[in-house]
Design a protein around this ligand. Structure first.
Ligand SMILES: Nc1ncnc2c1ncn2[C@@H]1O[C@H](COP(=O)(O)OP(=O)(O)OP(=O)(O)O)[C@@H](O)[C@H]1O
Length: 939
């Protein structure tokens, strides 16, 4: 029998459409919540409350007795996961009380990618020491490996073949194409070499994460372990799942797992990334028997928005027949088309309207501007917003290098490598000399005044570049330069200064991305021997490659600083329609609706592919090349993001004339009139609930915040990157080795021999940034630590219950997660009594007190799950000493309070400095921090 949720509910008023903390579910939502037995397909119209339905379904499953570890919910983005988690947590807390939340740790709510990463880390230990490459680092790695991979076989120039390779590799991974079938083709050979290269560097890409998880799940012993607990799999945004993800879902959704997918085929907008709407259209054939339910009542939008979107959707084909039904009362203009003479005038009217909306009670964050392409269309609006001090958050590529600070830095690296520079893709390249750089830095950093000491400093730097023996430490050198030009004196409380810091932090990201893949070490085969080789870290070639990355890749690839990630930012959102998926705002502007921009002139254009037709047939190609249908779906998504009003506009000219978008004409019925004043929706009272999302933070973030909140701000909030040192990854490498030894012992129920331990070292010991000499030095140290551990504590290897065990603790102010190194069974000789052990290596900067805090949090999480955690230990590997850490109720309650207070500080964006000589001396941010307590020799 199904238990109904007994939650105090507030009936939503259809007049206001306000979102009370709990609503009365509609009968169709109730059906989704209460369906049991067999697979379920939910076809949801836009705004039909699928997130609410899914969160209550999860809550109701748990109330029915399902264990949290039996539930997985996949969302499309991390942001959606956060929102779903918050709602589930609330519903469960309302129904069962907050203490019950301690049991939620083992439930997985997140993206498919993060699930695959966790699954591989949990079940395929060899990936425990791998890093994921994001698209920028992947491009950087391909640039470094261009020659070895023979990418020139794919085309002329340096970057063109890289982009083509990436586009085709995506297809291979999305479609799970067997690499062997492409052997002998130019792309196929590059691809096979590429995979071997990644392996050597201990890298995985996002695409390979899914295919590696699919491969792992195809092995029965892994599948059995993964599915042993699983009973309920829920997939949100199922319309945008690609074939590899669908394969993963099908491998998980084996009897007795019940699959529930929620989708709206009209909102399938990621075909160019491989999403295949036929997964949804054919669902019931593949997962038979399955029930199908529809959520058709749109709870978000006013009726005219719904009727316009309904009429527009009839032009989408193929689609499942359905129609959104309105729920809210009419009010205000709802759908308003208008025109401006120029794009600048369009921006002025939008900014005026926003200022008037503020007078009607709307906050900036109640307003969004959606574009087909932010990069092409947003500049006039951003300029207008800056002029009027309208706060905005722009998620899009808007020309980072047009900021004076980034442009000056670009020129500096051009100078160091002896090249010309241009700050815009289609701008003119200009030669750069020392005077130019001196002037640019003066303008960008010192109000036009020459910066004392800069010139000789740069001259020395130039000389060092030519001297191939000096080692480059890119991020560290960058921070030293920033110190010299006075960045440490900027006032972070001044919004203009903190925005400049944001730009500089973005730049540190570019340098770190390049440095990570360029200095990355690898194993190479030389004369039949496996040799460890460090990456490149010196000389003119290093700087020339860096210049190449900055000028021909980074210029277009990096987004400008979006503003700090504070939890309650009041700013207008500017984003692409793709990024707006799943979100909603009371007021939405859709500007720049002119021919060629929306629908995009590029949609449906056939592209050149490197993949042979035999593995990538024309029918599949079409999916990647886009079409008018996909542009229509995008437009439908854009319309249905608005709760109260959507303003659709076009401009008539820039320098040349522009025609209106056919989509605009379809909605408005004719070319709209010029307007300077737009009608406003009724006065608005924001709901008190928004902005109360529960943050999830890792324990290391908490510890970093506690150590120095200002350092946390520099690194986590602004995005300044850590400096690379040869020892980086040493602690992780030791943990990885110990894990392998523990897992092998557990599997065989027998201690490993010395030869076996040596084999683990030979295969698994890897340090990403060491050169050959540092590697061998650290390898010897690691051998000695592990040897000592094995001689003093080998007996306990037979007691290992789990290694690298993930934990999640739900607290009042947020969720803390982390992984415990080892959990031992038979504590005190009793089976089922557990002891948690955390290893400390000599390089750990964490104090014993912080380790004790961490262990208390893990113990609390473990007990919440129902584990019998009896003890916790901090094991100092170097000294071979083990310390008992208290995990009694008092210690746990103190740790919980401590964590809650820290989360509260993070959410409230309180970032006071906490300088101390010993900490500042080794802090990555010391050079750019006003408060650093160290001498210039420590910088
Ligand atoms: N039963 C309900 N009563 C009142 N409001 C509801 C109810 N269910 C959902 N809502 C509200 O309706 C709006 C749309 O819900 P939600 O964001 O879950 O829709 P969705 O189906 O995910 O939409 P989309 O697919 O368009 O992103 C939200 O503001 C939500 O708070």
């Amino acid at each position: 029998m199904t238990t109904k949720l007994t939650i105090a509910t507030v009936e939503e008023s259809p007049q206001t459409g306000g979102s009370g903390s709990s609503f009365v579910l509609s009968p169709e939502q109730e059906k989704v919540v209460n369906h049991r037995g067999g697979h379920l397909q939910v076809i949801a119209c836009a705004g039909a409350g699928k997130t609410e339905a899914i969160s209550r379904r999860v809550a109701s499953l748990i109330l029915d007795g399902a264990e949290p570890s039996q539930i997985i919910a996949f969302t499309f983005t991390d942001r959606a996961a956060q929102s779903l988690k918050t709602r589930i947590t609330k519903r469960i807390a309302e129904a069962k009380g907050p203490a019950f939340l301690d049991r939620l740790g083992p439930m997985f709510v997140g993206t498919i990618h993060s699930y695959c990463l966790r699954m591989l880390q949990d079940h395929v230990p060899e990936f425990g020491n791998f890093d994921i490459l994001d698209e920028n680092r992947l491009a950087g790695l391909l640039s470094r490996e261009h020659k070895r991979l023979e990418l020139s076989k794919l085309g002329n120039q340096h970057w063109r073949p890289i982009f083509d390779f990436l586009r085709n590799a995506d297809v291979v991974e999305n479609e799970l194409i067997d690499g062997g079938l492409m052997k002998g083709t130019p792309f196929g050979d590059c691809y096979l070499a590429f995979k071997q290269t990644l392996y050597r560097y201990h890298f995985l890409t996002y695409g390979l994460l899914i295919s590696a998880a699919v491969k792992a799940l195809s092995r029965l012993e892994v599948a059995n372990r993964v599915r042993a607990n699983l009973r309920y799999l829920i997939v949100d945004e199922y319309q945008d799942v690609n074939p590899a993800q669908e394969k993963l879902i099908s491998l998980l959704a084996q009897d007795p797992v019940q699959l529930c997918v929620v989708a709206d085929d009209d909102q399938s907008i990621y075909q160019w990334r491989g999403s295949d709407v036929s997964n949804m259209l054919d669902f019931r054939k593949r997962y038979s028997p399955a029930t199908s339910l529809t959520l058709s009542v749109n709870r978000r939008c006013r009726p005219k928005i719904i009727s316009s979107a309904n009429a527009f959707a009839t032009s989408i084909a193929p689609r499942l027949t359905k129609k959104m039904e309105p729920h809210r009362q009419p009010g205000g203009p709802e759908v308003h088309g208008w025109a401006a003479e120029t794009d600048a005038a369009e921006a002025v009217t939008i900014a005026d309207t926003i200022e008037r909306l503020r007078g009607e009670g709307f906050r900036y964050k109640d307003i969004a501007i959606l574009y087909r392409s932010v990069r092409t269309a947003s500049p006039p609006l951003i300029e207008e917003f800056k002029k009027r001090d309208i706060p905005f958050r722009c998620a899009g590529r808007t020309g980072l290098f047009l900021q004076p600070e980034a442009s000056a830095l670009g020129k500096l690296y051009a100078l160091l490598s002896g090249n010309e520079w241009k700050s815009e893709r289609y701008g003119e390249s200009q030669s750069v000399d020392l005077d130019d750089v001196d002037h640019e830095f003066a303008a960008a950093f010192n109000e036009g005044e020459t910066i004392p000491d800069l010139r000789p400093y740069l001259q020395d730097w130039q000389a060092m570049v030519k001297d191939n023996t000096a080692q480059v430490n890119l991020v560290r050198d960058y921070y030293r330069l920033l110190r010299l030009v006075g960045v440490n004196t900027l006032d972070l409380d001044d919004p203009a200064d903190s925005a400049r810091m944001g730009t500089l932090a973005r730049f540190s990201q570019i340098l770190a991305d390049f440095e990570h893949v360029t200095r990355r070490a690898r194993y190479v085969d030389e004369q039949g021997q496996q040799i460890f080789r460090g990456g490149q870290d010196r000389g003119i070639y290093f700087y020339q490659r860096l210049y190449n990355y900055l000028q021909y890749y980074a210029l277009d690839a990096y987004e400008d600083f979006e503003g700090e990630d504070t939890f309650d930012l009041d700013a207008v959102d500017i984003l692409t329609v793709h990024q707006s998926k799943g979100l909603e705002w009371p007021v939405v502007f859709l500007p720049s609706l002119v021919e060629g921009r929306f629908p995009s002139r590029y949609a449906g254009q056939s592209q050149d592919w490197l993949l042979p037709e035999s593995v990538f047939p024309a029918s599949v190609r079409k999916r990647y090349e886009g079409s008018d249908t996909e542009e229509r779906r995008l437009f439908y998504v854009a319309l249905t993001r608005a709760k109260d009003v959507v303003y659709l506009s076009r401009f008539r000219r820039k320098t040349n004339k522009f025609k209106p978008s056919p989509f605009l004409l379809e909605i408005v019925g004719s070319d709209p009139e010029l307007a300077e004043q737009l009608p406003l929706p009724p006065t608005f009272t924001p709901s008190a609930e928004s902005g109360d999302e529960l943050p999830t933070v890792s324990f290391s973030e908490l510890a970093s915040y506690e150590g120095c909140p200002l350092k946390y701000r520099f690194s986590s909030s602004l995005g300044f990157q850590p400096q690379l040192v040869a020892e980086l990854g040493y602690g992780r490498a030791i943990h990885h080795i110990l894990r392998h030894i523990a897992e092998a012992t557990k599997a065989k129920q027998q201690l490993p021999t010395l030869e076996e331990v040596e084999k683990v070292f030979a295969k698994e010991f890897y340090l990403p940034f060491a050169n050959n000499a540092a590697f061998h030095n650290l390898l010897d140290r690691a051998r000695s630590l592990v040897g000592k551990y094995l001689s003093d504590y080998s007996g306990e290897l037979l007691r290992v219950w789990e290694t690298e065990r993930p934990f999640e603790l739900h607290l009042e102010k947020g969720v803390v997660n982390g992984r415990a190194d080892v959990i031992l069974d038979r504590e005190g000789g009793v089976v089922g009594n557990l002891g948690i052990v955390d290893y400390k290596t000599a390089n750990d900067a964490k104090s014993d007190d912080v380790f004790a805090f961490q262990l208390a949090i893990y113990a609390a999480a473990g007990r919440g799950e129902g584990l019998d955690v009896k003890a916790a230990y901090l094991h100092a590997l170097k000294e071979s000493v083990r310390k008992n850490v208290p995990v009694d109720n008092v210690a746990i309650s103190v740790a919980r309070k401590r964590a809650d207070t820290l989360i509260e500080g993070i959410v409230a964006a309180e970032f006071p400095p906490r300088p101390e000589l010993s900490k500042c001396k080794v802090c990555d941010m010391r050079a750019i921090c006003k408060h650093a307590q160290c001498s210039k020799y420590d910088l």
